[in-house]
Ligand binder design. Structure first.
Ligand SMILES: [Zn+2]
Length: 266
């Protein structure tokens, strides 16, 4: 067997984005400072499909890069099938499954954790709710650019671990007072180094091709997928037929009514 090129590509992507570390929040309170990025947008948005087959997280080729995505296609077919109760009383209802599988937004910023500045810049992933809160602060003329190295604001983050995964609670407040990114004692040079060590967000997550998304789907669902998609198409046909019948009936009753009215008027 030759070299697995896909595996090599993955390794390269990992090693290029490699000098950054993802931040795992600690239980309780901690202060973070978001660093500005060279392109002027310190809050990066990505779309992921979660838990598809063996894959825990997949960067969606469609929502991130405008390419085709077999997972998104499948999600659409599931929505179109419109089955809320689940087929044959087995497994999850299609709509519910579609919601689980659809690409979800997540935001990422380069941060330092206060008190752990020596550990350098890390990457913090957060929800849309937190993103909106941060953005509101940035757009508030009384606050402004929270990432400004001289006159920005720290974030006061509270994190609460919940036993079931995916349900951890995180809340964020903007600090009341401005503060510099670096303590003056750190020195301008060291501080500039910190600003330069932000990760390359384009290399942060492994980008997958349309064909890879297809193989992931095939591995996860195999033949079952065709069945669901076909089922979806059949249901759609049935639905259309039902709507047409309804319309015809409605039209007929309008005519009946008109006749009745005409009869009464005479
Ligand atoms: Zn997708």
């Amino acid at each position: 067997m030759g070299i697995d090129l896909e595996a090599m590509r993955r390794k390269l992507a990992k090693s290029k984005g490699g000098n950054n570390t993802f931040l795992t929040l600690e239980d309780g309170d901690q202060n973070l400072r978001i660093l500005p990025l060279p392109d002027g947008d310190p809050f990066k948005e990505f779309h992921f499909h979660y838990r598809i087959g063996e894959e825990s997280r997949i960067l969606c080729p469609q929502k991130n890069f405008g390419e085709e995505c077999a997972i998104c296609d499948f999600v659409r077919a599931l929505y179109e099938s419109g089955d809320k109760k689940g087929r044959d009383g087995e497994g999850k209802a299609d709509i519910e499954m579609a919601k689980d599988m659809s690409a979800k937004k997540r935001f990422y910023s380069a941060v330092v954790v206060r008190g752990q500045e020596k550990r350098g810049v890390r990457t913090w992933g957060y929800s849309k709710t937190i993103y909106e809160k941060i953005l509101r602060a940035v757009l508030n003329p009384d606050i402004g650019d929270i990432t400004d190295p001289e006159e920005g604001y720290d974030l006061e983050v509270n994190h609460e671990k919940v036993p079931s995964p995916g349900f951890n609670k995180t809340s964020v407040e903007i600090a009341r007072r401005q503060s510099p990114l670096c303590d003056p004692a750190v020195g301008a040079k060291k501080c500039a180094e910190l600003l330069e060590s932000v990760p390359d967000f384009d290399m942060l997550f492994e980008r997958i091709e349309t064909s890879q998304a297809q193989s992931i789907m095939d591995a996860a669902f195999g033949g079952e997928k065709e069945e669901i998609v076909k089922y979806g198409a059949d249901e759609e046909k049935k639905e259309k037929k039902a709507t047409t019948t309804k319309k015809t009936k409605k039209a007929a009753s309008v005519i009946d009514k008109a006749f009745e009215e005409a009869a009464t008027a005479q």
